[in-house]
Design a protein around this ligand. Sequence first.
Ligand SMILES: *Cc1c(COP(=O)(O)O)cnc(C)c1O
Length: 370
Amino acid sequence: MKTSRPIRARIAPAAILHNYRQAKRHAPQAKAWAVVKANAYGHGQWRAVEALRGEADGFALLECENAVALREAGVTQPILMLEGVFSARDVRAIADHAITTVVHCPEQLDLVLGNRPADKPLSLYLKLNTGMNRLGFTPAKLAEARTTLAQQTGIDLTLMTHFAEADGPRGVAEQLEQFRRMTEGWAAPVCLANSAAILHHPQTHGDWVRPGIMLYGASPFAEISAETLGLQPVMTLESAIIGVQDLAPGDRVGYGGTFTADKPMRIGVVACGYADGYPRHAPSGTPIAVMGRRTKTVGRVSMDMLACDLTDIPDAGIGAPVTLWGQGIAGTVPADEVATAAGTIAYELFCALAQRVPVSLDETLTVNRK
Ligand SMILES: *Cc1c(COP(=O)(O)O)cnc(C)c1O
C-alpha cells in the first residue's frame, strides 16, 4: 500500500544481480543457488527472483508452496527446498514439478521414498550433520540411508552440509574433515558453502554453493564491511524528520528518559519505529543519516518514531530526508553498522522489515546485462 507517511523501503534489483555475480566470481567453478528463503531475506521473493531469473543457476527456499509458485511462474532453473519436505503431499508436488529437496533425517527419507511416484525421477540433497547439530544425518544413521538409497533407481543425489562457523575464527576445517570422512568413496556432487564460506573458504566451493546474505549486500563477517567485499547494498530504509525539539542541558528524550542532553541540543524526530522493523534495541548512538550527513540516534526507539541528533545539521528541519540504513538520498548507512549497534545482524534487520512499510523498486542503480 502506498502511504503518505514518509517511511519507504527501496530495493535495488541491479544490486542483487551484482552481488550474485560477486558470488560467482568467488566460486567460478561452482553453480550457485540464489537463496531466496524468508521472502528473500525481507526483500521480496519475487523481486529477487525477477532480478536473478536470467542468470541464477537455481533458487533455494523453504516452502513447497513457494517452490511450486516459482515453477508456475515459469522459472526453469532447479529449485531447492532447504529444510526438505514436510508432508506426503509435498513429495508428490516436488516430483510433479521437478523440485529438488533436502533430506536430513531417516524419517524424512522414509517420507520421500514412501510417497514418491514410481515413474518420476527425484533430485535429493542428502544433508549431513558434520558438527553444527541442527539438521543432518549423523555418521551413525548415514550408513543405513546410503544402503537404502543405493537400492533406489531414478534418484539424482547431491551430498551437502552446512557450516556453523564459516564466518568465525574456528572456520570450517573440522566440519570439512568430518564431511570427508562421512562421504569417503562416495562419488556424488557436493554443496557446502554459505556466503561466508564462498568468500573465505575456497576449499569448500564444490559443485554448488548457497549464497544468501551476500546477495542482499550485507557482510557475513563481523569485522569486514560489505563494501570491502565488493557488495552493493540492496535495501534502503528511508524516512523523514517529522518533529524538531530544542533541548536544554538536563532535558531527556523519549520513553524512560534514557538519554539526557549534556549541552544545548537540537533533536529530530523520525517517522520510523520498531513497528516498521527498526530494532528497538538500537541504543543512543546508532548511526543514521540526515540530509547527506551522518549523525546518531538518541533515546529509546518507540513504536512509530525515533529521535536523532541534529545539533550539527542546523538546516535539517521538518521534512528533511533520513536514511535509516542502505544507500539513500539522505546518505549511506550500512545495515551492518546499524545491526552491530543494536546487537544483531543485518539478516535480522532485513527479515524484520514490517509489512506496513511501502516498498518500491530502486532502478537508479544499473548493472549491464550480459
Ligand atoms: C540460509 C541458508 C544459506 C545461506 O546462508 P547465508 O549465510 O545467508 O549465505 C545456505 N545454506 C542453508 C542450508 C541455509 O539455510
